[in-house]
Design a protein around this ligand. Structure first.
Ligand code: MLT
Length: 398
């Protein structure tokens, strides 16, 4: 008999967004005549930009002739895409090297897979509430998690506690689910804490393109010292509408080295390279062609148009909540609006209430952690018509 990974027994029965999809499907099957508006999972609705589409087509055409055909590509990503990422960082004032960029099918996979590189007995610090992938993947590996409270009092931006030692710290900024974003000084405190503790920061910057406040850092590597203590994950899902196309990248500085028990120095860049070349065969050439187009002048301008569209949706949602005197966070440097459930409802109660009475789907805060149990998340990634209609329904209901 195979001995199974019994850590799976410690997980919730299903992944948050699968649970939501299940409940919505049940409701929809029982009420086929009702129009449901989905503002739950952060899935985009705008089509890909014209430049990206053109390059995806060029990628397909290249595979049609023997001269330009591509078989296996480099596991780390094609040079043209790694270079494009390096240039993008440079435009934001951050210098990285192409060999520090690893192209992947998205930040969800990489933030989960990175756990392969770490021993079981690390002290893992994770904010609560948080993107559930960080928690679930550590539970799958049998690790204990120390939670740090993110709440209205600290504006959902927990700061380091000098009395707690951590080995690995997860930070997502702008944050999923709360929409809160760290400033330079706050991130510098985290970097200093990590350096003092000889710890590693796993920094998820999947929502950096939603930052509107120019003073906020868009990368942890904008902070002095971060290359000695941080890995950054980013994704084209939200930047360029690649939720279905799938492409992201992870930056692992070459300077990131830690001592093994035998005194040997281990490089996280080399370890990840070893892991990826063993377990991953790279992202398709076609997708990487489209991804590189995102970073072109034309491609980025088209992405920004779509982002503007979603930001307008966020304003529409925020305005409705304001009119009801509901306290909310996010929506300014983030596509997510995070608000207190009205009338003392808990978040799953409010989820059911909204689905049953307004046919609007959101994400219950409890799915992101204990501190989210009285909060609710709406996404601005819907289309305009549906966002407006959802707010009209909420207006009538509350
Ligand atoms: C979310 O809704 O939290 C995101 O879409 C999840 C993800 O990016 O995987």
């Amino acid at each position: 008999m195979p001995k199974l990974n019994e850590n799976y027994l410690n997980l919730k029965e299903s992944y948050l967004f699968s649970e939501i999809a299940h409940r919505v499907n049940e409701y929809s099957n029982a009420n086929p005549d009702k129009k449901i508006i989905r503002l739950g999972i952060g899935d985009v609705t705008r089509p890909l930009g014209a430049k990206v589409i053109e390059e995806l087509h060029n990628g397909v055409d290249a595979l049609a002739s023997a001269e330009t055909f591509k078989g296996y590509g480099p596991e780390q990503g094609y040079g043209f895409l790694r270079d494009a990422v390096v240039s993008y960082y440079k435009e934001n004032g951050v210098s990285i090297e192409p060999e520090e960029v690893f192209v992947s099918d998205g930040a969800k996979s990489d933030t989960g897979n990175i756990t392969d590189l770490f021993a079981k007995d690390n002290v893992i610090l994770i904010p609560d509430p948080v993107y559930p992938v960080y928690v679930d993947t550590n539970i799958m590996n049998g690790r204990n998690i120390t939670y740090m409270n993110a709440n209205a009092e600290n504006h959902f931006l927990p700061m380091p506690d000098k009395n707690i030692h951590a080995d690995i710290i997860y930070i997502c900024s702008p944050n999923n689910p709360t929409g809160a974003a760290y400033n330079h000084e706050q991130l510098k405190e985290w970097v200093d804490y990590a350096l003092e503790n000889n710890a590693l920061i796993l920094y998820d910057s999947a929502y950096e393109c939603f930052i509107t406040d120019e003073t906020l850092p868009r990368s942890i590597f904008a902070i002095e010292g971060a290359k000695n203590c941080a890995i950054e994950f980013c994704s084209l899902s939200k930047t360029a509408g690649f939720t279905g196309t799938r492409c992201g990248y992870t930056i692992i500085p070459k300077a990131l080295k830690f001592d093994a028990a035998n005194g040997e120095q281990m490089s996280l860049n080399a370890m990840w390279n070893r892991r990826q070349t063993t377990k991953f065969n790279g992202v398709s050439y076609i997708v990487q062609k489209g991804a590189a187009a995102v970073f072109s002048k034309e491609g980025m301008a088209e992405c920004k148009e779509n982002i503007k569209y979603y930001q307008e949706n966020a304003k529409i949602i925020a305005k409705e909540l304001e009119s009801k005197n509901i306290r909310y966070f996010g929506g300014v440097n983030s596509p997510y609006i995070w608000f207190e459930c009205p009338n003392g409802m808990d978040s799953w109660e409010f989820f059911d209430y909204l689905l049953n009475n307004a046919q609007v789907v959101g994400t219950p805060g409890a799915g992101f952690g204990e501190n989210g149990k009285n909060f609710f998340r709406l996404t601005s990634f819907g289309n305009r018509e549906n966002t407006i209609e959802a707010m009209e329904r909420i207006d009538k209901l509350l």
